[in-house]
Design a protein around this ligand. Sequence first.
Ligand SMILES: [Zn+2]
Length: 104
Amino acid sequence: MPDRPPACVCCGNSQLRSVDPYFPLWQPYKGTVFSTYGQYGSTVYDAEHRQLIIIVCDDCLLKKAAAGQVLQQTLPACVHQHETVVIWEGPRSSEEEEGDSHVG
Ligand SMILES: [Zn+2]
């Protein structure tokens, strides 16, 4: 098991530290974890019971959002609503406050 977050998949920053010893040690401070079991369209990875995990540092996430390369999906709260997917343009002030409450 890794004892620290892997490097950012975008910029290669390998200096990310774990956010908290009570989280998995690959959960980074100032970064986001993305995982997948694979995707229908992938020709290289589609596994059951195994996930790929990658890290994107916050700086790269903001740069990719500014470039229009990040989608944000809103899941329906009930069956009468539809999910929506939009281009994420970066954190709004309310999201920044929410995110700040999780880091120490
Ligand atoms: Zn990065």
